[in-house]
Design a protein around this ligand. Structure first.
Ligand code: ADP
Length: 394
């Protein structure tokens, strides 16, 4: 077990900056997931920990050691990749033990470690099977067992579930969590799948264009995203974003107004452009909004398309008169569209005029210029700040 520290890691390839000044500290025994869109630098960052990539600038520490210039085999790390390469002519036992034999452990120690690892990944009884007699999930477990037997300080996993079918992937997620609980080893996990990151990790490192956007527990990234990128990337379907402008006493968007005193927001002032963010589950039909402590004023909308998912229904709303539900327009960024999620028992149909409210406690505001989050929840931010208004008596 060991903590991992990245200090100002930058990796440049000719004209591409794959990783741009990334610093973070991963605690001993922590499960941290690097997540972000394809090409954001997740794999490259992890490869600098593995020793497969030499950073252009910066240092990597494992435990107390600066390992920046150490060979991969001397770092105490074990990797599991997306493409599981098992030796087809070797059985499960031989595949798992292959790396140990290279390290000249005696037979007894090899057997002990392989049996223990096979037990952890629930492959006991399958040690004499050949790879072509295994399912995709079992082959992946062999690959994980092969990493376990090396008893690494740090596990590095790069999209290890990407090639599995959807059901097996969900199953393997729970297995990896159990594995982490049993081994208590530091795990760094790479995925582009935000759901995978949300469900397994102690903390998520969200990357975009080589830069670290936020490193925080999953629910913090969800409820208090550091910026618009994290807000849009974490959560499915995505948060709605609506551009607006701060005017005296409110935030004005193309189709509705939210009461808000700009003086009570950090970093922005009347006249500034801000982006309002609201998740689909925080948009409510006015008729069903009794339970909300702080709803906005009702917003006129027309239902467009309904997507019943079984446990919830996604309702695409058009806010502007005559706004066509155009396929080219991303509903998450269109000022005239809003995605709402409702429970399946909600009485609602397509092409219906309705009123919705937003839960003020769940409205996020972002600086439109920088994308930086200004505030999460605007309950109580309407009207001038109490105590600062001049009193009549004086
Ligand atoms: P991710 O894992 O998030 O998909 P990568 O870390 O693989 O992203 O890549 C980050 C960026 O660096 C991409 O633009 C990719 O094309 C570039 N890149 C990665 N490896 C190399 C390389 N060996 N040579 C040149 N460019 C590379």
């Amino acid at each position: 077990m060991a903590r991992v520290q990245l200090e100002h890691i930058t990796k440049r390839y000719d004209d591409v900056t794959a990783v741009d000044d990334v610093s973070m500290e991963i605690e001993d025994g922590e499960f941290v997931t690097f997540v972000g869109p394809s090409g954001c630098g997740k794999s490259t960052t992890m490869e600098t920990v593995a020793g497969l990539t030499q950073p252009t600038e910066g240092q990597v520490y494992i435990g107390d050691d600066d390992v920046t210039n150490l060979a991969p085999k001397d770092r105490g790390v074990a990797m599991v990749f997306q493409n599981i390469a098992l030796f087809p002519h070797m059985d499960v036992f031989e595949n798992i033990s292959f790396g140990l034999r290279l390290r000249t452990y005696d037979d007894e120690e090899v057997h002990r470690r392989v049996e223990q690892a096979a037990d952890i990944v629930q492959l006991e009884g399958m040690l004499d099977r050949m790879p072509d007699e295994l399912s995709g999930g079992q082959r992946q477990r062999v690959a994980i067992a092969r990493a376990i037997v090396r008893n690494p300080d740090v596990f590095l996993m790069d999209e290890p579930l990407a090639n599995l079918d959807a059901k097996l992937r969900v199953h393997m997620r729970t297995e990896l969590q159990r594995l982490h609980r049993e081994l208590e080893t530091t795990i760094i996990y790479v995925t582009h799948d935000q759901a995978e990151a949300m469900t397994m990790s102690d903390r998520i490192a969200v990357l975009n264009e080589g830069r670290l956007q936020q490193l925080a527990p999953p629910l913090t990234c969800y409820n208090e995203p550091a910026n618009r990128f994290v807000a849009g990337f974490i959560g499915s379907p995505s948060m709605n974003f609506i551009e607006g402008e701060l005017v005296d006493g409110s935030l004005e968007t193309a189709n509705f107004t939210v009461e808000l005193d700009a003086a009570r927001l950090p970093k922005v002032a009347v006249g500034d452009a801000v982006t309002l963010g609201i998740r689909p589950e925080d948009v409510h039909l006015t008729a069903y909004a009794d339970s909300l402590a702080a709803p906005t004023e009702p917003i006129d909308a027309k239902t467009d398309v309904l997507e019943p998912m079984g446990d919830e229904v996604f309702v695409y709303l058009l806010l502007a008169e005559g706004a066509a539900g155009s396929m080219e327009e991303d509903p998450a960024t269109s000022p005239n569209q809003l995605l709402m999620s409702v429970t399946p028992d909600t009485e609602i149909e397509a092409d219906q005029d309705i009123n919705v409210v937003l839960d003020r406690s769940k409205i996020h505001l972002f600086d439109a210029a920088t994308g930086e989050a200004l505030v999460h929840g605007i309950t109580g931010l309407e009207g001038p700040e109490s105590g600062t208004a001049p009193t009549e008596a004086e």
